[in-house]
Design a protein around this ligand. Structure first.
Ligand SMILES: Cc1cc2nc3c(=O)[nH]c(=O)nc-3n(C[C@H](O)[C@H](O)[C@H](O)COP(=O)(O)OP(=O)(O)OC[C@H]3O[C@@H](n4cnc5c(N)ncnc54)[C@H](O)[C@@H]3O)c2cc1C
Length: 452
């Protein structure tokens, strides 16, 4: 049997891709290495902005998928003396029951007619005459190798990117990404001894000694449960995130007498999107295409958006009988327009944070060089200006932190340039190479000025 679309991975990206394509009447199969009932389980912070559901026209789930309402985010400086409270429609949302949420999305895809092959591990793409025409997989119960033929394939296998990593170089999709663009994370869900009151905000703690290039999060899920974890950038000799968690976080009084409900480690690709996410017969979506927010690592929303766009793009391409890279290119254009531009700008900001000293962050937040409003604007993908007035300049000169001030200024300038460049993402693959070279040059400049 030949499917119209083979979706590899039934995570948030894969389920949306399968749902969207099946809804349009296409023959869709979902290949997932987990069993049906495990789908949705994931090492994750479980936080989702409400606006992501609205944008995709999804109703609010009602059967335990949403565990707690959140009103925004609180960001703590390394010395914990300054707290930014980010309160805005786009930062309101929910803490999810991740398994139930995943099952809810899966059900939508299956209800539309997608076929699930559970406990089936995709091994590699099948590429014929420069076009992806299916995948080889292994049935994990029988160990039999199975061939799936399809007109198109969506790689939604998350960080592992099992299809993307094995595509021929000629397809022009990056196979590998740099470790420096990945956060190694460790997370636990814990039952506290007592319910904590008034915890309607997700808490984020910055501290370069504990979490170099990353942060610690404590998210309250209600019923005295918390989702807590941390991520560190995989750059140079980075510390083991689980050791850091046990040494620096679990020792806080909050966790005294708490009970471990589940724990685990995973990776988050916190960088700009892959420059190109399509080839002949193939689209890369979600974490497989590095579609998480580079600053806070949130990727559930963008992965669902990319799955939706993948399903729509394939539907339109098949209607025209053309599944070439050129025909699927609109996926790149649309994603960059909707989220990729903001993501790329924030990737520059991430480079600044990577080598920022704790003292710089303490002073920067305390003396309002960066304000809550700046962080909010950056988070919304809007332009922001630094509050570097003469007083701030004098204070920072006195503190011998002028270098940091200059780095901030460079960051804001480069963020603007990068975003302007992404707004001109090529409408045609013919113009892509020129655009890609400029992207490389911009990020080379950002790295050399901000982290080297
Ligand atoms: C510790 C941590 C905390 C995070 N916290 C948040 C948060 O609070 N909010 C937020 O929005 N985002 C968060 N993220 C990011 C978010 O989890 C991801 O961006 C999002 O889940 C990506 O969805 P996806 O569908 O692309 O990939 P995934 O959810 O990873 O789904 C991929 C699916 O593919 C399957 N698969 C993999 N390989 C194969 C194979 N060979 N064959 C078949 N199937 C395969 C997997 O089993 C899985 O079901 C966090 C990430 C981490 C690591």
């Amino acid at each position: 049997m030949k499917y119209d679309v083979i979706v590899v991975g039934a995570g948030t990206a894969g389920c949306l891709a399968a749902k969207t394509a099946a809804e349009a009447g296409l023959k869709v199969c979902l290949i997932e290495r987990k069993s049906h009932k495990e789908i949705g389980e994931k090492v994750c912070g479980d936080a989702l902005g409400e606006h992501h559901l609205k944008t995709l026209g999804l109703k609010t789930p009602q059967h335990g998928e949403l565990e707690k309402r959140i009103e925004g985010v609180k960001i703590y400086s390394p010395d914990v003396e300054t707290v930014f409270t980010i309160k805005h429609e786009d930062f309101k949302g929910y803490l999810l029951n991740r398994r139930l949420f995943g099952q809810w999305l899966l059900k939508m895809a299956l209800d539309e007619g997608a076929v699930l092959h559970e406990s089936t591990q995709c091994l590699e793409p099948i590429v014929e005459k420069g076009c992806v025409t299916g995948v080889f997989a292994k049935n994990m119960k029988t160990n039999w190798k199975v061939r799936f033929d399809g007109k198109t394939v969506v790689d939604a296998s998350g960080f592992l990117a099992v299809v993307r990593r094995k595509l021929p170089k000629k397809m022009g999709i990056e196979n590998e990404i740099s470790n420096e663009d990945v956060e190694a994370c460790y997370r636990e869900i814990r039952q506290l001894k007592q319910e904590t009151k008034g915890k309607e905000y997700c808490e984020i703690y910055l501290n370069q000694k504990v979490t170099p290039g990353g942060y610690t999060w404590i998210f309250y899920k209600g019923s005295a449960k918390v989702n807590a974890g941390l991520g560190v950038c995989m750059r140079g000799k980075f510390p083991n995130p689980k050791n850091q968690f046990y040494k620096h976080i679990l020792t806080k009084p909050l966790f005294e007498g708490s009970l471990l409900l589940s724990g685990g480690a995973w990776y988050d690709p916190t960088r700009r999107p892959l420059d190109n996410m399509v080839g002949n017969g193939v689209i890369i979506a979600g974490d497989a295409a590095c579609l998480v927010n580079p600053i806070h690592g949130g990727g559930i929303g963008p992965s669902m958006l990319s799955g939706y766009l993948a399903g729509k793009t394939i539907t339109e391409a098949l209607e025209k009988g053309d599944i070439s890279q050129k025909a699927l290119w609109t996926y790149n254009v649309k994603y960059m327009e909707d989220y990729g531009t903001k993501q790329a700008g924030l990737d520059v900001f991430r480079l600044l944070l990577l080598t920022c000293k704790d003292e710089d962050l303490n002073y920067g937040m305390k003396y309002a060089l960066l304000t809550e409003e700046d962080v909010l604007k950056a988070g919304l993908g809007e332009e922001f200006h630094l509050n570097i007035n003469e007083t701030a300049r004098r204070v920072f000169r006195g503190l011998k932190r002028i270098r940091f001030l200059n780095k901030l200024r460079v960051t804001v300038k480069l963020m603007k340039q990068v975003k302007a460049h992404y707004r001109n993402y090529p409408k045609d693959p013919e113009e892509f190479e020129k655009w890609r070279l400029k992207t490389e040059a911009l990020f080379r400049e950002a790295r050399s000025k901000l982290i080297e």
